[in-house]
Structure formats: structure tokens, C-alpha cells
Design a binder for this molecule. Structure first.
Ligand code: G1P
Length: 293
């Protein structure tokens, strides 16, 4: 059973500057919640009990969001705003939260390695903070879909999606052998390849179930693409020891890592909320979308 999830949130979010100069990227609002809330919600809805955030010195706001705010609760109680009090209480008690600092930005692989002691000797989930997964009403959450594969195969599983040629250089790309509907056994991985180097169009998206064997390999993974220690390189090394699967999950991915992606995400998430949708739709209908403004 997968009980723990690692969520690295240490990066600056340079593609969303200047908004992220002082507001940590995971705190950018998507509808009425910070983006990071939806990642935690997906993990908890999938059965995760303990969330380990990898943070950095400018991420205090993330810690504060999942912690109690007694003054605010007092204020809401005095105003008898019980509905909001219940919402805040629900956020604080969603899961057990731990925070581990990554003091230097040495890459995603290095961030994951920081979680080694907190994870211990068990398989764990890894969710990347930029990627919001909408699985729709008919599908289990994306992470749950990966857990279901893990429970059948007892091996690491990565979520993938097909991307157009023009986008392969933005992702980790897998070489795989089809072993079932939507399921591939991974034979190779390469981080952000050129189109010529790319072995396929199957891109790694931000959800993984990893065996704890990944930690030993991360200890010895040299800096790769961008001079950073890459989880993709450690996964490639893991292939020599254990099977790794890639699952083309059901659902839609939102990339909040750049400004336009974040704006689109916030709009779609707000339009799915019955309390916001009617007014927002009515407003959108009034817009002149001819491109003149
Ligand atoms: C990371 C991973 C990459 C993956 C991507 C998905 O890259 O290194 O393999 O395809 O997330 O969002 P990043 O976007 O953090 O550079």
C-alpha cells in the first residue's frame, strides 16, 4: 500500500515571474484555492495519509497554508462564519504534513532525495507541483490510477501522455514496450530530448509511484540536463534492477508552470464550480474575443 507522497515545491517559478517574486508558485490561486491544494486533494483522494513537502527558504506560505491559523479561526468564529471555519479545518486535517528543506536548487532528483529519511523503506508517490490532473467525474484520481497498476505489478509506475513532436523537448520521454491497454514496460527514458533523440512521443507527466530503491540511485546520479540531478536519470538507472511501468492515464493535465497555462487552469477550475460558474460564464459571454483588445 502506498501511504506517503512527496511533493517538491522548492523552485522559484521563473516562468511565472514577476507574480512569483514574493508569492511562492504553489500558492498562485486557481479558483479560490492555491494550486498546491489540488495536488494534495488528489493525493488524499487516492489514499495518501502523509504528505512530505520539499520546500526552500521562500516557501513559508505553503507551510502556513496547511497549518492552523488560530487568529483567523477566532475572527471567523466571532463572525459566525461556520462554513468557512469548516473548510479551513478540513484543509488542516486532510493528512499528516511534513516539511523538508532543500537548501540548494540542485534539481528535481536532488529534491526527491531530501525525502529519503521521511519516506523510509517503502514505496511512495511523487507528485509535481506544476501539474494539476483533472480526471473527470468518471475516472479515479490520476494518482489512484497509478496505484492500481502498482498493486497489480508491484513495481514503479510513471504517468505518461502522448505529446506532439513540437513538445517532446519539454518532457522526460520514454521508450517502452506495450504490455496492456494503456500500459507499457519502460525500456529507456531521456530527459527533454531533441525531436531527433526522442524515442517516442510518450511524455512523463508529474505523477510517479517509486520504489524506495530510487534513493540509492539518486545518491549516485550525476547532474544531467540543465546541470541538475534529474529523477529521469535515476529512473533510467532503476531499469537495470527492477521493472518500471508507464501508464497512459485517463484525464487531462493542466500545466500551471507558465503564465498562460496558469490562467487557463484557473479559468477552467472556476468554471467547474457551481458557485462561480454562472457569473463567470455570463461575464465571458460579454467579452469581445475577436482579438481587437
Ligand atoms: C519534470 C520532469 C520531466 C517531466 C515534467 C512533467 O520536468 O523532469 O521528466 O516530463 O516534469 O511536468 P520540469 O517540468 O520540472 O522541468
Amino acid at each position: 500500500m502506498i501511504r506517503k507522497a512527496v511533493i517538491p515545491v522548492a523552485g522559484w517559478g521563473t516562468r511565472v515571474l514577476p507574480a512569483t517574486k514574493s508569492l511562492p508558485k504553489p500558492m498562485l490561486p486557481v479558483a479560490d484555492m492555491p494550486a498546491i491544494y489540488y495536488i494534495v486533494e488528489e493525493a488524499v483522494a487516492s489514499g495518501i495519509e502523509h504528505i512530505i513537502f520539499i520546500t526552500s527558504r521562500h516557501m513559508r506560505a505553503v507551510e502556513d497554508f496547511f497549518d492552523e491559523q488560530p487568529e483567523l479561526k477566532h475572527l471567523l468564529a466571532s463572525k459566525q462564519n461556520n462554513a468557512m471555519l469548516d473548510r479551513l479545518n478540513a484543509i488542516e486535517t486532510m493528512a499528516k504534513f511534513s516539511f523538508v528543506r532543500q537548501s540548494q536548487p540542485r534539481g528535481l532528483g536532488h529534491a526527491v532525495l531530501m525525502a529519503r529519511n521521511a519516506v523510509g523503506h517503502e514505496p511512495f508517490a511523487l507528485l509535481l507541483g506544476d501539474d494539476l490532473m483533472w480526471s473527470g467525474a468518471d475516472n479515479p484520481p490520476c494518482l489512484r490510477q497509478l496505484m492500481d497498476v502498482y498493486e497489480q505489478r508491484h513495481a514503479s509506475v510513471i504517468a505518461t501522455m502522448p505529446v506532439p513532436d513540437a513538445e517532446v523537448s519539454r518532457y522526460g520521454i520514454i521508450r517502452g514496450e506495450r504490455v496492456g491497454p494503456q500500459l507499457m514496460q519502460v525500456r529507456g527514458l531521456i530527459e527533454k530530448p531533441s525531436l531527433a533523440e526522442a524515442p517516442s512521443n510518450q511524455a512523463v507527466v508529474g505523477r510517479y509511484i517509486l520504489s524506495h530503491g530510487i534513493f540509492d540511485l539518486l545518491e549516485h546520479t550525476p547532474p544531467g540536463r540543465g546541470g541538475e540531478i534529474q529523477i529521469t536519470d535515476a529512473l533510467c538507472a532503476l531499469l537495470a534492477h527492477e521493472p518500471v511501468y508507464a501508464y497512459e492515464y485517463h484525464g487531462r493535465r493542466y500545466d500551471t508552470g507558465d503564465t498562460v497555462g496558469w490562467l487557463m487552469t484557473s479559468l477552467d477550475y472556476a468554471l467547474r464550480r457551481p458557485e462561480f460558474a454562472p457569473a463567470l460564464r455570463a461575464y465571458l459571454r460579454t467579452l469581445d474575443l475577436s482579438g481587437e483588445n
